[in-house]
Design a protein around this ligand. Structure first.
Ligand SMILES: [Cu+2]
Length: 235
């Protein structure tokens, strides 16, 4: 009888292990409200910065199009137990025209961040994490690349330039690969998520204190999940 039970439990376990589903999550992030006026950035303080743009550069904290589609939101899952490897490719962050590119990005804990200085001027890159170790170093114009790493998962925080006050980039550090940043039409896609129910967060810079928190269940196939940020009522 005992042997029968053992064999049976192995059989059940085997069946469960062979049916590991995964699915893709995709959707759109929108903004419900009148878009704020675009504010031009003033870069005249550093002639190198000003001279590197022939057109106006606008503040980057809220990029919404005429359809209310919101760019540069991070959609990410929480509480994922991920046993996969850390990517061996680096995430690149460029300082070009005294702007960080990308303005919002995700990286895995332990993954390399390759920081470039494409400008003929001095930048001082300074991370502002709560749990990760802070970094803070100068990149004179002759220093073209530097490397950094974040050890642990952390909700989005910013990295700034101590020379140019308008320079800011936001980073999510994740302990799994299931996150995405929305494109200029507010679209995102997270591929190959193992079946399960997760907490899902939608973050946007201007709404950083009130990210959208929801639940999502992934089975076999695609799941659509849209998010809408609503303009706060004036008190
Ligand atoms: Cu700078």
């Amino acid at each position: 009888m005992n042997l029968f039970k053992t064999v049976l439990s192995y059989l059940i376990l085997f069946c469960l292990m062979s049916v590991v589903y995964s699915g893709d999550i995709k959707g759109k992030v929108k903004y419900d409200g009148k878009p704020p006026k675009k504010k031009p950035l003033r870069m005249d303080a550093d002639p190198v910065c000003g001279a590197s743009h022939s057109e106006k550069v606008f503040a980057e904290s809220f990029k919404v199009n005429a359809k209310g589609e919101l760019a540069e939101c991070i959609v990410y899952l929480k509480n994922v137990s991920y046993k996969g490897q850390t990517p061996s490719t680096a995430v690149e962050l460029d300082q070009k025209g005294c702007i960080y590119t990308p303005h919002v990005f995700g990286i895995q804990a332990g993954q390399e961040l390759l920081i470039r200085n494409s400008d003929a001027t001095l930048h001082n890159i300074h991370s502002m994490p709560k749990t990760n170790k802070e970094f803070n170093f100068a990149m004179p114009k002759v220093v073209k690349t530097k490397k950094a790493k974040f050890d642990s998962a952390e909700d989005p925080f910013y990295i700034k330039c101590d020379v140019h006050p308008w320079m800011k980039t936001w980073v999510l550090v994740s302990d799994h690969p299931y996150y995405a940043v929305t494109d200029s039409n507010g679209n995102y896609e997270i591929k190959g998520v193992p079946a399960g129910t997760y907490e899902v967060i939608c973050w946007q810079e201007k709404f950083k204190k009130r990210p959208i928190v929801d639940k999502i269940t992934v089975g076999d196939g695609a799941v659509t999940k849209d998010f809408t940020f609503t303009r706060p009522k004036k008190k």
